[in-house]
Design a binder for this molecule. Structure first.
Ligand SMILES: [Fe+2]
Length: 383
């Protein structure tokens, strides 16, 4: 007997959520080789897999399981050691577990005697430290919030993006409701459970593009900034968490550690799913420095961000967002090269949340989409 897969049942507002499954009858501590193979396929087919009732899973097991999804990996946490620089926008959110440093502790509130950590005060990322504008304390206390930062887990300099991320919800805050506001001139909003993790499918992000933007995406390469999380550390995000506002606040090359040009990452905008062969639009918007369209760099950061926002904004519209309602013991495995995700929530001083996260930089580049892969999307014009 193997495990069963149930699709997530999104609310009627989430009509565009065509990904995500839940598994109730699997124990990750004792998973068989056969079940791992099925789990592997499931992650790439459904993008986000929630395995319920895994509260007993040990950090070593999480690490070994994560590694198993990418046997060729280079055995280094997805951000290498770069996230430890205190200026980095990543450093403030996570701390490695002493015994298994590839597994990161994150959450909210004080954690004591936790897998070698004597005591640590965790802080759930708040948009107030990252967005250009913020909701007021009063608004946040009344249950309003924002997406913090839409991203994939990736260093985007020197290291290739991890293929999967495992996110283990050990302890969650009370399940009160919050409303995500987009605050971008639309009235878009989304009802979520406190402390949700929001996901969007890169496959759908591609599918919903109008023809001309599909073609633009196909011929565009994305150049990421060197040391991107330091580079963006003084800049501020759009209110949707989908990319940055252009105010000239990015660090100059002189303010950054030395840049080795061979480590700068340039990836296609479209990546191929290794199992389904489907096309995913996959861009980490806040870390982008330039777009190279038909071989020609745009060379203007504000313009680059505007083009990207036009391409990516439809994908985060409320109907396309899967906002997972965490239960204690949920072990989520997601296709990090096929979805974007965001922290969400305005947690109070008294809320607690304890999570373990693991992903491992890959030896492999993302798989590009070829002319042949794109052929079904080319409109044939007749004379
Ligand atoms: Fe993440």
């Amino acid at each position: 007997m193997t495990f069963t897969i149930e699709p997530v049942v999104p609310s009627k507002e989430q009509s565009g959520v065509d990904f995500g499954v839940i598994i109730n009858d699997l124990d990750l501590e004792t998973i068989s080789d056969h079940d791992f193979e099925k789990l592997f396929e499931t992650v790439y087919t459904h993008q986000v897999v929630v395995v319920r009732n895994q509260g007993h899973v040990k950090p070593e097991t999480q690490y070994e399981l994560t590694k198993r999804f990418d046997p060729q990996n280079i055995d280094l946490y997805g951000h290498g050691s770069m996230h430890r620089s205190t200026e980095s926008v990543i450093a403030r959110d996570i701390s490695p577990l002493p015994a298994v440093p590839q597994v990161q502790l994150l959450g909210h509130g004080v954690v004591k005697n936790h897998y070698g950590i004597e005591e640590r005060k965790l802080t759930h990322p708040s948009h107030t430290v990252f967005h250009q504008t913020s909701l007021t304390q009063e608004e946040r206390d009344s249950g309003l919030t924002r997406f913090y930062r839409w991203h994939m887990d990736a260093a985007l300099y020197k290291l290739n993006p991890p293929k999967v991320t495992t996110l283990f919800g050990i302890k969650n805050p009370e399940s009160r409701r919050e409303t995500v506001l987009y605050c971008d001139g639309t009235n878009d909003k989304l009802d979520v459970q406190l402390g949700t993790t929001a996901f969007i499918s890169g496959q759908r992000a591609f599918e919903i593009l109008p023809q001309e933007l599909k073609e633009l995406a196909f011929k565009t390469k994305v150049q990421y900034a060197a040391h991107p999380y330091l580079w963006m550390s003084k800049a501020r995000s759009r209110p949707t968490g989908l990319g940055m506002v252009s105010e000239g606040k990015e660090l100059s090359p002189e303010e950054l550690p030395p840049v080795e040009p061979e480590h700068v990452k340039v990836y296609p905008m479209l990546w191929k799913n290794p199992v389904t062969g489907k096309i995913h639009l996959q861009v980490h918007p806040s870390a982008v420095q330039d777009l190279i369209i038909d071989g020609k760099p745009v060379g203007d950061l504000e313009k680059v961000r505007d083009i990207l926002y036009q391409i990516q904004r439809p994908s985060i519209s409320p109907e396309n967002v899967f906002a997972h309602e965490w239960q204690d013991g949920d072990f989520v495995i997601f296709h990090n090269r096929g979805v974007l995700h965001s922290v969400v929530g305005s947690l109070r001083e008294t809320d607690t949340r304890v999570f373990h996260q693991c992903n491992i930089a890959s030896a492999d580049d993302p798989i590009p989409v070829t002319e042949k892969d794109f052929a079904p999307y080319v409109v044939q014009t007749t004379a």
